[in-house]
Write a new protein. Structure first.
Lengths: 115, 112
């Protein structure tokens, strides 16, 4: 049981390049989330998907798009990368149907540098 | 005002000491509460959920005060391995979806 898997682990982009961060979970969770973490800022929600077929903006969605491809996969796309998007990105999932007190399960993170 | 606020620290304590962290939240509709631990350059991992009646897990005790909107974490008999950043997390039901709001974390260093 792998849990939440993110790829790639590291990435360096040049300003203006595009890329997609991949996330997959094998726990049959309904809800999935993308966070970014910057020094002194904590984790901030970029986008989330309450269930397959739905996505919603979080706190910092500008410059990003997402796709909930199926129940397992939730990808984050940077169409034109900017240095301000240099960050550590975490994907997380939860099955809220179990309990409102269920905790988030995180992937290992993607460390992105935009030069 | 941030939705979830924590003292960033660092808290530098000797091995064996007792240390306490507090966290305040602004949304009175918050549903559930957690403490996560995050090691350097790693993903956050659940340390414990926080219940209204207070709960304990070994050396760790969590308390919730809904009236004052704060959460606490007490670590007794600190170990070197407790050195990490501790994240306070609040779960809010918003438009039918649970949103997890993170504090910026409190850094703990346990010294030999």
């Amino acid at each position: 049981n792998a849990g939440v898997t993110q790829t790639p682990k590291f990435q360096v982009l040049k300003t203006g390049q595009s890329m997609t961060l991949q996330c997959a979970q094998d726990m049959n969770h309904n809800s999935m989330y993308w966070y970014r973490q910057d020094p002194g800022m904590g984790l901030r929600l970029i986008y989330y998907s309450a269930s397959e077929g739905t996505t919603d903006k979080g706190e910092v969605p500008n410059g990003y798009n997402v796709s909930r491809l199926n129940k397992r996969e939730f990808s984050l796309r940077l169409e034109s990368a900017a240095p301000s998007q240099t960050s550590v990105y975490f994907c997380a999932s939860i099955d809220p149907g179990v309990s409102y007190n269920s905790p988030l399960h995180f992937g290992n993170g993607t460390r992105l540098t935009v030069t | 005002r941030k939705e979830v606020e924590q003292d960033p620290g660092p808290f530098n304590v000797p091995e064996g000491a007792t240390v306490a962290f507090n966290c305040t939240y602004s949304n009175s509709a918050s549903q559930s509460f957690f403490w996560y631990r995050q090691d350097c350059r790693k993903e956050p991992k659940l340390l414990m959920s926080v219940y209204s009646s207070g709960n304990e897990d070994g050396r760790f005790t969590a308390q919730l005060n809904r009236a004052s909107q704060y959460i606490s974490l007490l670590i007794r008999d600190s170990k070197l391995s407790d050195s990490a950043t501790y994240l306070c997390v609040v779960n809010i039901l918003f438009s039918g979806t649970y949103k997890y709001i993170f504090g910026t974390g409190t850094r703990l260093k346990v010294l030999a």
